[in-house]
Design a protein around this ligand. Sequence first.
Ligand code: BDR
Ligand code: CA
Length: 326
Amino acid sequence: MTHPLLMDVDTGIDDALALLLAVRSPELELIGVGTVAGNVDPQLAATNTLRVLEVAGANDVPVAIGAAAPLLEPWADVGWIHGEDGMGNTAQPTPTGAPSAEGAVHQLLRLSHEHAGRLVIVAIGPLTNLALALRLDPTVAARIGRLVIMGGSVRDGGNRGAWTEANIGVDPEAAAIVFDAPVARTMVGLDVTMQTRIDDADVAMFAASGDPAAELAAAILPHYLDVYEATSGIRACAMHDPLAVAVAARPSLVGTRRLPLRVETAGRFTRGMTVVDQRGPRAARDDPDAPTTDVALTVDTEAFLALLRSRLTSGPPGAVRGIEAP
Ligand code: BDR
Ligand code: CA
């Protein structure tokens, strides 16, 4: 069965790979993309998304611009991570398409009606658009089939802060609204995404593949590898956002536990932390209304990376690479 897929993105190098993987995943039909302030501002995220979709031959997918800042705090540029252009400073050509006139929040609400109960949302940026949609119309929660969130960390610490993952840490209030809502959700956090790394050998393989999607990946990844090498000493970068798409397509790639989860919004050193309570009955007694989230705790790294590598080098759907379709 093919699931209608809406992505909420802040494109971004790993967002770009996630979009390519989504277009190449037969389990999912990408029917819309919304952008949000995160890695880059939402206008630039839309430009990058349009470019990625054009390379992937998915020019017909609408791209809607969303929230320009988190709910409470000003948005702060983090251009050093994904490059000033969000695409590893590779001076990508300007896309021919333009963003939709409709905003990302209204697109989300509309698609939730058109695909009620079936819509899968993969959110790979800050959760501002989703929070705004829930505030505008709380009934949207019941129309979302599943929400897969790349964000958070419950065991292995953070990347933006000691215990704060970037997507949650940019807008903790939005994340708290989303994680408190009655939505069936899976959290794909750093506990699993940090185990999914690719390196220069993958870049070389992508570059040599002759597939435009893989060639784009090969162009933008070296900057991400440079950042990982500079910050961790290891020249291998995590496939955070692509793993979230892969989990939407193939949930069995990760092992999950349904746990009570709250987003910390007040902590001096832990603001934006995703706090799970694993005390069982005592957790239920202390916080009986705690909403639960299916938290990914294990990942089949080899199966995921094999899927990513093969799909990014598989050519446009229906075409055999190097051979003109009849
Ligand atoms: C997340 O933060 C962003 O920089 C990435 O695109 C990913 O969505 C990882 O913490
Ligand atoms: Ca992202």
